[in-house]
Ligand binder design. Structure first.
Ligand SMILES: Nc1ncnc2c1ncn2[C@@H]1O[C@H](COP(=O)(O)OP(=O)(O)OP(=O)(O)O)[C@@H](O)[C@H]1O
Ligand SMILES: [Mg+2]
Length: 206
């Protein structure tokens, strides 16, 4: 197989430190002389920027939660074709902030939609990450960090129960998926977490 690039995703509840860790890991790879593409969902593609505004706008109303689910997948399809696949073809390390596991955690876990629907939508998604880091911590701690930002988005404003279902959703899919590495992101300095991630990559010969 002529496999190119490396596709890493970061997952976790609000404020779990994804953006912080992605920036640290990106610097680590760049220091090794690797080309890195950092991207995110929703909103990594050109069309995705508009979709992101809709999906995160706290005043946006969806009369049917399947609409929300489908918009996330529309965003993902564009993102793969416009950004992820071309970067992998150029042999880049692609680091993506949220991906398919967030759909399970938020739409099946949080929103309590059928997991089967997400499985079906995933059958259209041709890119599976090589590796996923799940930054895990109690949702109250993540939300407290996120609250420091000025405006909470449509998801951040959800109840504690919602966010706990999201966290449990992430933990559940991790059990049956060896691609996902759970990292305890509580009570640790960002550098300490980054070193743990780098050590895990070294163990995998990456
Ligand atoms: N290990 C850590 N310990 C304490 N604070 C942290 C740690 N990592 C990140 N933070 C801080 O917590 C806040 C949220 O971090 P960050 O934005 O990286 O999380 P996130 O998972 O990307 O959040 P979101 O889901 O909202 O995008 C930031 O202010 C960041 O500086
Ligand atoms: Mg972030």
């Amino acid at each position: 197989m002529n496999k190119k690039g490396l596709f890493i995703t970061f997952e976790g509840v609000e404020g779990s430190g994804k953006t912080t860790q992605i920036n640290l890991l990106s610097s680590y790879f760049k220091e090794q002389g690797k080309d890195v593409t950092v991207t995110l969902e929703p909103g990594g593609s050109s069309l995705g920027k508009t979709l992101r505004k809709m999906l995160l706008n706290k005043n946006q109303v969806f009369h049917n939660l399947k609409t929300e689910l489908l918009l996330f997948y529309a965003d993902r399809c564009e993102h793969i074709s416009e950004i992820i696949e071309p970067a992998l073809q150029k042999n880049h390390v692609v680091i993506c902030d949220r991906y398919i596991d967030s759909s399970y955690a938020y739409q099946a876990g949080g929103r309590q939609l059928k997991k089967l629907w997400i499985n079906n939508l995933n059958s259209m998604i041709e890119k599976t990450p090589d590796l996923t880091f799940l930054l895990d911590l109690p949702v109250e701690i993540g939300l407290k960090r996120a609250e420091k930002r000025a405006n909470l988005d449509r998801f951040e404003k959800e109840s504690l129960q919602f966010h706990n279902r999201v966290r449990n959703g992430f933990l559940e899919i991790s059990k049956t998926n060896s691609r996902i590495k759970i990292i305890n992101a509580n009570n640790k300095h960002p550098q300490e977490i980054s070193i743990e991630i780098q050590q895990y990559l070294k163990e995998l010969d990456i």
